[in-house]
Design a protein around this ligand. Structure first.
Ligand SMILES: C[S@@+](CC[C@H](N)C(=O)[O-])C[C@H]1O[C@@H](n2cnc3c(N)ncnc32)[C@H](O)[C@@H]1O
Length: 543
């Protein structure tokens, strides 16, 4: 590889990845990164490639150093690092001795820690970054970390020698809202642990929210936990300034509001990487199919309906600085999160307000583009919701909608039935109990599949995934009637999976734009995971 340039290595990586050769792709990504360590695209690609790696221990030292630099870069999405933790657990040379020491008892573990036996493991930069910044989504790693959490109540040496590890683990526990299982005596062990007030405050965060600590103890927490406390206070302050666009309809809207006040979703971390662009760029990039009679205003009006915690509206605002964006949701907690993130990103072209989609006609506004992702399927009558949005769209205006797929969600439907059959309460404690019950099932039980989903590993995700108070699912034929009943044209799916596209167009050559929902219905019967994320699609109102 010595004479390849960074760009050539990056291209080679993409080509290897496209032909399914993940290992070669990883080596080329790392080659690009070693040559151009600060390039944001190479950095992100190198991190993402870790997901495919069964053992990062095989990487050369220089590549590891480059990855460590990426892991602490706040501009990167580091969820792939969660895979590193799985690898660390499975093949880090010090993990087996840690396991042995834990089995020998707290004193033996403490003695080994105090002699520095496990320094390489606990000081690992990638492990600390993964704990601080991701939700670790692997059951074996979770089990190992759960034992280390309990060990930190019993090992003064761990607390003294590896405080950054305990701080990172506390940060993980707080961000995921303490979903790990615990032994019956663990709360009593927590009450007895820690000598100094600062230790006690830190250990508290391994099991409980820092928000319920008295302020003087919060002030003793490490900066990363103090930031979480400060953020939640700021979000509440901002939420109190929100405009009330509409009242909330009684019934399901009110129940949904209560749910997303307690479990705002998603608590996203990284901003999208797009450079500012124009409306025409936007149309070309996102709506890849030919368009007719789309309005081309100088200042596009965009509505993000059910914007939740603001992931998409902030992306749109950054991408389209000339657009005027209206973002609304039922949940003030979610909107508070969105407002804080918008402020941090210096975004000022979004107007946030509390509103119910069913009543948005009261705004007396019209929009060139409406985004509504993962929302309508939580309404009692999604068609009524869609029609309310169509009324707000200018003639020729566009919509991007995301809805659940009946076939792709079979594992979630199984898990919802499991929750109903066992009567797990709709609370944090109920979700914890449900998770342990899932882990206790035989590996072949279909309900076990839910533990492969990322959202299984944090409370707000699990609530949205399985404990949601209401959801409706669709087949492509169901979408076809919904879209026809709303008087809209279907422009095609947003499906970033070249292999699925190739399979679809090979089976249905008459439909190169992928607009035949009857054909998609046939395709989905044999490719049931195609819309695992959701059906995400584009619609247009007749001009
Ligand atoms: C799964 S979250 C999706 C959030 C956001 N669209 C995203 O993709 O990140 C669903 C959101 O829909 C909102 N929602 C549900 N019914 C609504 C309604 N009738 N009017 C406005 N928002 C609603 C909820 O409050 C919640 O924040």
């Amino acid at each position: 590889l010595s004479d390849t340039t960074a760009a050539a290595a990056f291209t080679a990586a993409q080509q290897a990845y496209a032909r399914g050769d993940a290992i070669t792709a990883i080596w080329f990504y790392l080659d690009a990164l070693v040559r151009a360590p600060d390039h944001p695209v190479y950095r992100q690609a190198a991190l993402n490639s870790l997901v495919q790696l069964d053992s990062y221990q095989k990487l050369p030292r220089a590549a590891l150093i480059a990855l460590e630099a990426c892991a602490t870069d706040p501009a990167l999405d580091v969820q792939a690092l969660a895979g590193v933790v799985k690898n660390l657990y499975l093949d880090h040379p010090s993990f087996a001795p840690i396991d042995e020491a834990l089995r020998a008892g707290w004193n033996a573990f403490d003695a080994a820690v105090s002699h520095g036996a496990f320094d390489a493991f606990f000081n690992n930069t990638l492990l600390l970054a993964a704990l601080t910044r991701t939700a670790i989504n692997a059951e074996p790693a979770e089990r190992a970390l759960t034992r280390l959490r309990r060990a930190s109540l019993h090992s003064p040496a761990l607390l003294a020698r590896h405080r950054p590890f305990i701080e990172a683990m506390a940060c993980h526990c707080v961000r995921t809202r303490h979903m790990w299982g615990e032994a019956p005596s663990e709360q009593a062990e927590l009450a007895a642990a820690g000598v100094t007030t600062a230790d006690k405050a830190l250990l508290h965060c391994l099991y409980h929210s820092p928000l319920n600590l008295p302020a003087p103890q919060q002030a003793l927490l490490p900066p990363v936990l103090q930031k979480i406390v400060a953020d939640r206070h700021e979000e509440r302050r901002l939420a109190d300034t929100l405009a009330q666009f509409t009242n909330i309809s009684p019934g399901l809207s009110t129940a949904m509001q209560a749910q997303y006040e307690s479990f705002p979703y998603p608590l996203w971390e990284q901003y999208g990487g797009s450079q500012p662009a124009t409306w025409d760029d936007f149309l070309a990039r996102f709506v890849r199919a030919p368009l007719y009679a789309v309005p081309r205003p100088a200042q596009p009006e965009i509505l993000v309906a059910g914007c939740g915690t603001g992931r998409f509206c902030i992306d749109f605002a950054r991408y389209l600085p000339d657009a005027r964006i209206t973002a609304t949701d039922l949940s003030k907690t979610s909107l508070g999160y969105a407002m804080r993130r918008a402020r941090e990103a210096n975004v000022s072209n979004i107007q946030f307000g509390v509103g119910d989609i069913l009543r948005l006609g009261e705004l007396n506004r019209s929009f060139h583009f409406i985004e509504c992702g993962g929302v309508l399927h939580h309404m009692a009558d999604p068609l009524a919701g869609l029609r309310a949005l169509v009324d707000l769209l200018v003639p020729g205006g566009l919509m991007c909608i995301a809805l659940y797929s009946e076939r792709a969600r079979v594992p979630i439907v199984d898990a919802r039935a499991f929750v109903a059959a066992h009567n797990f309460p709709d609370t944090i404690e109920g979700m914890r109990a449900m998770r342990q019950a899932v882990f206790a099932l035989p590996a072949t039980d279909p309900v076990r599949r839910i533990s492969r989903r990322m959202d299984f590993y944090w409370a707000d995700g699990l609530h949205d995934l399985v404990f949601n108070v209401h959801e409706i699912r669709y087949t492509p034929l169901g979408l076809k009637s919904l879209i026809a009943d709303a008087g809209l044209s279907f422009l095609g799916f947003e499906l970033n999976n070249p292999a699925k596209w190739a399979a679809y167009t090979a089976q249905f050559p008459h439909d190169p734009l992928g607009r035949d929902l009857g054909a998609w219905n046939v395709f989905e019967e044999t490719h049931s995971d195609t819309f695992r994320g959701m059906f995400q699609f584009w619609l247009q109102k007749p001009a």
